[in-house]
Design a protein around this ligand. Structure first.
Ligand code: FE2
Ligand code: FE2
Length: 164
């Protein structure tokens, strides 16, 4: 299959988050405010493999955040291991389909994994603060933005190419 590169302006537009596309936007507009939003539904992109990976990432994040003081390292490592495999699966599908913005998407994965590696290198039972702060603030923000921009565009492209 031949990839048809999109004009740079189109790529930039598709990789820009729109407030209405945020996973929490649906919950805010829920006509039944007493019902708890289903986390899986909030992050669903419609691509089964990607949706499974995103739900697993959030479960591992919650497990890491729930660890008692001094016990973060194994849970942090499990999340980092998952992200390496998760990103590799997305990158394999992008390569297989000739996804037009693979370089941009893969570079963002690499940047995130470098942050995880840097935090993991100094994480000990007595030095957890930087990793815990990152998991509590910067990582959820990165995850939400990545999901509704790069992953959403990628999932749409993969499904249009029947790569489920
Ligand atoms: Fe993803
Ligand atoms: Fe991704």
């Amino acid at each position: 299959m031949t990839a048809h590169p999109a004009p740079a302006t189109d790529v930039a537009a598709q990789f820009t988050a729109h407030p209405d596309a945020h996973p929490t936007a649906g919950a805010q507009a829920d006509p039944n405010p007493t019902a708890s939003p289903d986390p899986a539904a909030l992050i669903a992109l419609g691509h089964p493999m990607m949706d499974h990976d995103h739900a697993e990432a959030l479960a591992l994040l919650a497990a890491a955040e729930a660890t008692p003081p001094g016990a973060l390292a194994p849970a942090f490592a499990a999340l980092a291991d998952h992200l390496r495999a998760h990103f590799a699966r997305e990158e394999a599908l992008m390569a297989e389909t000739g996804f037009f913005a693979q370089h941009c998407h893969s570079a963002e994965h690499a940047r995130l994994l470098a942050v995880f590696a840097s935090l993991q290198a100094t994480l000990t039972p007595h030095h957890e603060s930087p990793a815990r702060t990152y998991l509590r603030s910067a990582f959820p923000s990165w995850f939400d933005t990545h999901l509704v921009t790069m992953d959403r565009v990628t999932a749409g492209y993969l499904m249009s190419n029947l790569m489920l």
